[in-house]
Design a protein around this ligand. Structure first.
Ligand code: ADP
Ligand code: DP6
Ligand code: CO
Length: 355
């Protein structure tokens, strides 16, 4: 091995947008959730993280991450947990096979870029940690399955465990204290329901005021409504959503998606002091979806909002005319949308194939 070798691996990871939301930690240290969740992985052709990991015997100092061109702090316990787990697996391989280069002993330099707003409620932490974990696993040539990587990515950001799979993905919250049963599984591949589409409405690309990590811990600590959400609302939504995906029943998919988003944001408002992620433009998007469904005489569109004001609207390709057309004309209209949503942008995206 030349002593100046630079070892390198790059990967991309997609965004996933939950239709039954993860919100709450039962164990903040291991990043274990209070409830199971289910998401849809979006196409990497549209929204993605691109991450390159390198290591070299010539590198000095600590591990580092450049995120969107700026140095980013990776000393936090959650990123450190991911790096520690990946290094331990590489060290085990090196112990088994002494001819392998000792990558586990070298500093890591990671460079990552999101091609969509970071920390704005469009799941940058999901794509970001999925890409980070997979890039390093590739660099270390680990024989890990997506499920094993999902257990590591979960420790970086909960939603990231779902971005290691395409299509319809459940994060089974698990019951074990060690978290070994808290991982993502594919419910159905994207090809199972190939007409599903997502319209992304970027109401604001600004960084959210309350991070997901902090917001959900405030909700767990102070919201009474939240107790009902995890005891009965989410379990019922998980069952109905899995059946809706299995049966390709858009009406049921849409109803659960909208109700679960509403339940999650109600818990945010029931947090003390309250957390407001949705704004006036978000609420106008809710009304627009209702108007689209009323005009169609059936449910053809479903809104959902993560921890931010940006809307994701799920619909089937056959209804792209009324759904995308209505949002397009609203954006062009003079009814106040344009002014209140200066940075409004939209993109209709397909779902991701298996990643
Ligand atoms: P979001 O709604 O975008 O997921 P979060 O508050 O959950 O927002 O997480 C945002 C944080 O995720 C960022 O401040 C950063 O620490 C981390 N993050 C985002 N993108 C990446 C990335 N590409 N690589 C590593 N970490 C990332
Ligand atoms: C509203 O996965 O970002 O998007 O585990 O603290 O990093 P941490 O939180 P994160 O929370 C996502 C919350 C959500 C719902 C969801 O994606 O299920
Ligand atoms: Co996040």
């Amino acid at each position: 091995m030349a002593t100046d070798t630079i070892y390198k691996a790059s990967t991309t990871a997609p965004v996933n947008i939950a239709v039954v939301k993860y919100w709450g930690k039962r164990d903040p240290k291991l990043n274990l959730p209070t409830n199971s969740s289910l998401s849809v992985t979006l196409s990497q052709a549209d929204l993605r993280t691109l991450t390159t990991a390198t290591c070299s015997p010539t590198y000095q100092g600590e591990d580092s991450l450049i995120l969107n061109g700026e140095p980013s702090d990776i000393t936090g316990a959650r990123t450190q947990a991911c790096l520690r787990e990946l290094r331990a697996r590489r060290a085990a391989l090196e112990a088994e096979n002494p001819s392998l280069p000792k990558l586990s002993t070298m500093p890591l330099r990671i460079v990552s870029e999101n091609n969509f707003p970071t920390a704005a409620g469009l799941a940058s932490s999901a794509a970001g940690f999925a890409a980070l974990v997979r890039a390093i696993a590739n660099l270390y040539e680990l024989p890990s399955s997506p499920t094993e990587l999902s257990l590591i990515a979960r420790q970086g950001s909960g939603s990231a465990c779902r971005s290691l799979f395409g299509g319809y993905v459940a994060w089974r919250g698990g019951e074990q204290a060690d978290g070994l049963d808290s991982k993502a599984v594919e419910v159905a591949p994207a090809s199972h329901w190939p007409d599903m589409r997502a319209l992304i409405l970027v109401v604001s690309a600004a960084k959210k005021g309350v991070s997901s990590t902090s917001g959900m811990q405030q909700t767990v600590a102070t919201s009474d409504l939240f107790q009902g959400r995890i005891a009965t609302v989410v379990p019922a939504h998980m069952d109905k959503m899995e059946a809706a995906v299995r049966d390709r029943d858009f009406t049921a998919f849409a109803e659960v998606t909208m109700k679960d988003s509403n339940s999650f944001h109600a818990c945010c408002m029931d947090t003390y002091p309250p957390i407001y992620y949705m704004n006036d433009v978000s609420r106008a998007a809710v009304r627009a979806v209702e108007a689209i469904n009323a005009a169609a005489g059936k449910t053809v569109a479903a809104y959902t909002f993560d921890a931010g004001p940006n809307a994701v609207v799920y619909y089937l390709e056959e209804n792209s005319g009324p759904v995308v057309g209505t949002f397009y004309s609203l954006l062009q209209g003079t009814n106040g949308w344009k002014d209140s949503a200066k940075s409004y942008d939209s993109a209709a995206v397909k779902l991701d194939e298996a990643t």
